[in-house]
Design a protein around this ligand. Structure first.
Ligand SMILES: Nc1nc2c(ncn2[C@@H]2O[C@H](COP(=O)(O)OP(=O)(O)OP(=O)(O)O)[C@@H](O)[C@H]2O)c(=O)[nH]1
Ligand SMILES: [Mg+2]
Length: 426
């Protein structure tokens, strides 16, 4: 899973990136601080308790209420990547923080839009917008009175459309001549070839062509399309390739009507979460230094023993104020937004493949070592291929370890299922 952070310059993309990935990056109050993309891992809590919670209950029952030893606040699993505490299991999501985009970027303004190719393989985008009015459309600091964030959204979507259009237009005339001789399959091939360069799956061109004809019945003949019609196709492709959500950042200095912004964003078909990346970063830094402990997606914190000995009264009060400010925004901040994108909008699910469906362990006895994030329409056999190509090629059946039921090759797997795959190869 790969998510891109986009937006005009100086809105807090890198601050959000740093807060979510716990990686230090350049942050400054002027446009184009970031030129080369920052790429890092954000740890996202699965939106249900880790399967090790159910396993622990099962074990406790089997042992006639003799409690199982555990050290990680209740968790008994041994994640290969990430961690699990109090049955909150974390999975990795790659974040890409790119250079700021200004209106007219597709004509070369600002830093142009070449860097958009850094977003190529992203499954979704988060546009960070400034809801404090402290920057103009180009990201210059202006104190107050900046543009409505809806303007930022409109220009960014249109820049993305122009970027995709420029990719499609390259070689279009030649393709039309080819299509006159060979038919529309030449057009489909052109789209597939061009779009594979930005990470699109093969089926996108077929999906997009049939969808555009459904939306615009008068565009049934691609050979007669003008530039304007290709732009409509680009918009559609952008929607299919880069579902976008919004972080209304600098929200502690909100200078617009929250409800109005929310409803305008809904009209554009998106969702906005209000955030304060700077505040989240401050809390995150205190947690990384061991001074406080936090739960991802929750604005509360606890002062640790180290914090008790090191934090001054002034620092405690400041952290308290930041936490209170964060708690006033619904939705769990940046991690809440990420979770909503992955689990509610892209509808991904998690599955735990194991080697032993009684003890839920791998071949070395590690409990629930893997938590795999997959699309909701993943079948048991597809999961087997993801675990190992050998398992997929020699697939016999899968067993749902929670129920003991057999899952056929083409049956869909369920969210948070624990799955043992039987293959013909030992
Ligand atoms: N008040 C406030 N300031 C913030 C917030 N998030 C970021 N900032 C500030 O906004 C300025 C720009 O932050 P960056 O993270 O560098 O912004 P960017 O979008 O990555 O900027 P470019 O790389 O230039 O495109 C910095 O001074 C940050 O401290 C926030 O939530 N509230
Ligand atoms: Mg930046």
């Amino acid at each position: 899973m790969r998510i891109g952070l986009v937006g005009k310059p100086n809105v807090g993309k890198s601050t959000a990136f740093s807060a979510m990935t716990q990686t230090p990056v350049d942050i400054a109050n002027y446009p184009f601080t970031t030129i080369e993309p920052n790429i890092g891992i954000a740890w996202l809590p699965i939106n249900q308790k880790c399967a090790c919670h159910e396993l622990l209950n099962k074990k406790n029952k089997e042992q006639n209420h003799k409690s199982i030893e555990n050290t990680n606040e209740g968790s008994i699993c041994a994640p290969n990547t990430g961690m699990c505490k109090n049955h909150m299991r974390m999975i990795p999501v790659t974040l890409v923080d790119v250079a700021g985009l200004v209106p007219g970027a597709h004509e070369g303004r600002g830093r142009g839009n070449q860097f958009l190719s850094d977003l190529s393989r992203c499954d979704a985008l988060i546009q960070v917008v400034d809801v404090s009015g402290s920057t103009d459309l180009e990201g210059n600091p202006i104190g107050s009175g900046g543009p409505n964030p809806i303007k930022e959204i409109e220009f960014l979507l249109s820049e993305l459309d122009s970027w995709i259009l420029s990719i499609l237009e390259n070689g279009w005339d030649r393709v039309i001549r080819k299509a006159q001789a060979e038919g529309d399959s030449a057009i489909k091939k052109h789209l597939s070839d061009k779009l594979s360069g930005i990470g699109a799956r093969d089926s996108i061109s077929t999906e997009a062509l049939s969808e555009i004809q459904r939306r615009f019945p008068n565009l049934s003949d691609p050979q007669s399309w003008e530039s304007n019609d290709l732009l409509k196709l680009s918009t559609l492709l952008r929607e299919l390739l880069f579902p976008i959500s919004f972080a209304g950042n600098k929200a502690e200095n909100m200078s617009f009507d929250i409800n109005e912004i929310r409803s305008e964003v809904n009209k554009l078909g998106g969702k906005i979460f209000f955030t304060s990346a700077e505040a989240e970063l401050a809390i995150q830094r205190a947690a990384s230094s061991g001074l406080i402990s936090i739960i991802p997606g929750n604005s509360d914190f606890m002062i640790t023993n180290l914090g008790e000995s090191k934090l001054s009264n002034k620092q405690r009060k400041a952290l308290g104020r930041i936490s209170t400010s964060l708690s006033s925004f619904d939705g769990g901040g940046l991690i809440g937004l990420l979770s909503d994108i992955v689990f509610n909008q892209l509808n991904y699910i998690v599955s735990y493949p194991v080697n032993d469906d009684t003890h839920w362990v791998d071949a070395d006895g590690n409990i629930l070592p893997d938590a795999v994030l997959v699309p909701e329409d993943t079948t048991a056999k597809q999961l087997a291929f993801l675990v190992h190509s050998d398992l997929g090629e020699n697939f016999i059946r899968a067993i749902d370890a929670k129920t003991g039921m057999t899952i056929a090759a083409d049956s869909l797997i369920e969210h948070c299922s624990v799955i043992k795959i039987h293959s013909s190869k030992k």
